[in-house]
Ligand binder design. Structure first.
Ligand SMILES: *[C@@H]1O[C@H](CO)[C@@H](O)[C@H](O)[C@H]1NC(C)=O
Ligand SMILES: *[C@@H]1O[C@H](CO)[C@@H](O)[C@H](O)[C@H]1NC(C)=O
Ligand SMILES: *[C@@H]1O[C@H](CO)[C@@H](O)[C@H](O)[C@H]1NC(C)=O
Length: 485
């Protein structure tokens, strides 16, 4: 037996001897390895055991620490996003500035006016009723088919979240707002201030010299106003003049913006000239059409694109008036106290023969909050005594014919026979209001009272601050609704 087994073993050994390393060496290797693994495992085990025990005793602390870490990480992310957004804005500004300096309308906007077929602008109040503000009727007049769907409007926070997750926004089927909903926000009539000064303007400026165009804060649809005016209204005397200085200079009488820069405060009038308007000798020939927008939707637009306004903001908190936990890194240490200040970069006033200031020499104006900016900018315009009109952005959606006709009449212009709501989208224009899709989206988005308040209502202190500090006179004059807190 032993012999047999030993022979078997020896034969087995000899069979493997060729492929296997010397046995003794192999045993040593394994034993060293397994000891090391055992050690590592037991160390890990005791470590997790210790951790478990520590956790058992320090559970609350641990959770707090984790949430602090998470918050810090979130803040860092927001900070990086802010930098990215500044860079994005800087790129956008350049475009805006160029547009502002050149004062040119976008290509594709060349319009042919058959002045003979146009009529003196005048609004017959008895026809107002024919222009119902029912969304269906507006769309029918504008020739827009709602079945095409629309692009929903996203807040700053939502669009950032989508970007992070790589989600692209899809078209949605339209659910039209009701008349009651629209009127609960903006009332039932068009609001135009300053019509009593139109005659003074027409009396003081010879017909051929009369000009008009928009002025308004960033994000108040000054481009839309310029486009609607340009498509529908013309200074026929100027347009038909064969005199070179009229033929070559703002022939239709509609300027793309105020000659002192449409976003600058009214005090820039007569002391500053945007580059495009250098040839213009008398800024008083220009009738400013000041366009104002509901401060709540205006603020939400500013969050998406701040232009030259600078104020602390994060995607988690904007619109932001009163600091909350997301604003600590912006130096706002006390949650729920005080307000978030804003400042705006305006062009440094310069006109005529003065030495041109360095293009980088900008004038900053401080405001206590973004609402203070809105209040101040528009109250200043309300308080001036020279001829000017103030109109609402919302009326360009819900009362476009009436508003544009009255504006055109004020400046002594002629109107196209058929009212043009928008450019052909085939012409490749851009912007919120371009083409029928943009018009439809604006109607649905601005007609939605839930959407209007959604973001500012997220932090009750913001809503309270808004109701308390927004300029009451402006809110009443333009029938904008307060927040329902
Ligand atoms: C208004 O907006 C809210 C929130 O986005 C949405 O749930 C609601 O359906 C909208 N209402 C209409 C009439 O589209
Ligand atoms: C900026 O321009 C204004 C007006 O031209 C001038 O008074 C001021 O000194 C300039 N500031 C700087 C820092 O160059
Ligand atoms: C505006 O605020 C900044 C700080 O945010 C300050 O340095 C500057 O002096 C202020 N300017 C005026 C005119 O108050």
């Amino acid at each position: 037996m032993p012999a047999e087994s030993s022979s078997r073993r020896s034969s087995g050994t000899s069979r493997h001897a060729l492929v296997q390393p010397p046995r003794s060496g192999g045993v040593q290797l394994i034993s060293v390895n397994s000891t090391r693994i055992a050690w590592i495992l037991s160390i890990l085990l005791s470590f997790t055991l210790c951790l478990q025990i520590m956790l058992l005793f320090n559970h609350d602390d641990f959770v707090t620490q984790m949430s602090i870490m998470e918050n810090k990480l979130m803040e860092e992310i927001a900070y990086v996003e802010d930098i990215a957004s500044d860079a994005f804005n800087a790129a956008q500004h350049r475009e805006d500035e160029e547009e502002e300096e050149s004062g040119a309308f976008k290509p594709g906007q060349r319009l042919v006016f058959d002045v003979e077929k146009m009529h003196d602008a005048s609004w017959d109040e008895s026809t107002t009723e024919q222009y119902s503000m029912e969304p269906e009727d507006i769309l029918r007049r504008a020739g827009v088919d709602p079945s095409e769907g629309y692009m929903p409007q996203l807040s700053f926070r939502e669009s950032r979240a989508n970007e992070r997750r790589g989600i692209t926004v899809q078209k949605k089927m339209v659910e039209l707002p009701t008349l009651e909903e629209i009127q609960s926000m903006y009332g039932s009539k068009a609001h135009i201030l300053g019509l009593e000064r139109c005659e003074a303007f027409r009396n003081s400026v010879p017909e051929i010299d009369r000009l008009m165009g928009p002025a308004g804060l960033f994000n108040s649809a000054t481009n839309l106003l310029a486009t609607l005016l340009k498509m529908n209204c013309v200074n026929s005397k100027r347009f038909q003049s064969k005199e070179k200085r009229y033929m070559n200079s703002f022939r239709t009488g509609i300027l793309p913006q105020a000659p002192w820069g449409k976003h600058n405060p009214v005090t820039w009038r007569n002391i500053h000239s945007a580059k495009f308007a250098k040839k213009l000798l008398h800024q008083t020939d220009f009738l400013p059409i000041v366009i104002i927008k509901d401060p709540i939707t205006w603020f939400a637009s500013m969050c998406r694109h701040g232009y030259e306004a600078r104020w602390w903001r994060t995607p988690q908190h904007c619109p932001n008036l009163v600091p909350n936990k997301y604003d600590k890194r912006g130096g706002y240490k006390k949650i729920g106290q005080g307000e978030i200040a804003a400042r705006v970069k305006f062009a440094t006033p310069y006109i005529g023969k003065q030495p041109m200031p360095d293009p980088k020499n900008k004038t900053f104006v401080n405001y206590t909050s973004m609402i203070d900016l809105w209040n101040t900018w528009y109250s200043d315009w309300h308080d001036v005594e020279f001829p000017r009109l103030m109109i609402r952005f919302e009326d360009l959606l819900f009362h476009a014919e009436e508003t544009i006709t009255k504006v055109c009449e004020c400046g002594g212009g002629k109107m196209q026979k058929k009212f043009h709501y928008m450019e052909d989208s085939a012409k490749g224009s851009t912007g919120v209001h371009s083409g029928s899709a943009g018009f439809l989206a604006s109607l649905v988005n601005y007609g939605n009272s839930t959407l209007r308040m959604k973001d500012i209502m997220r932090w009750e202190k913001d809503a309270d601050y808004f109701n308390e500090h927004v300029d009451k006179e402006l809110m009443e004059l333009f029938s904008y609704a307060y927040l329902d807190v």
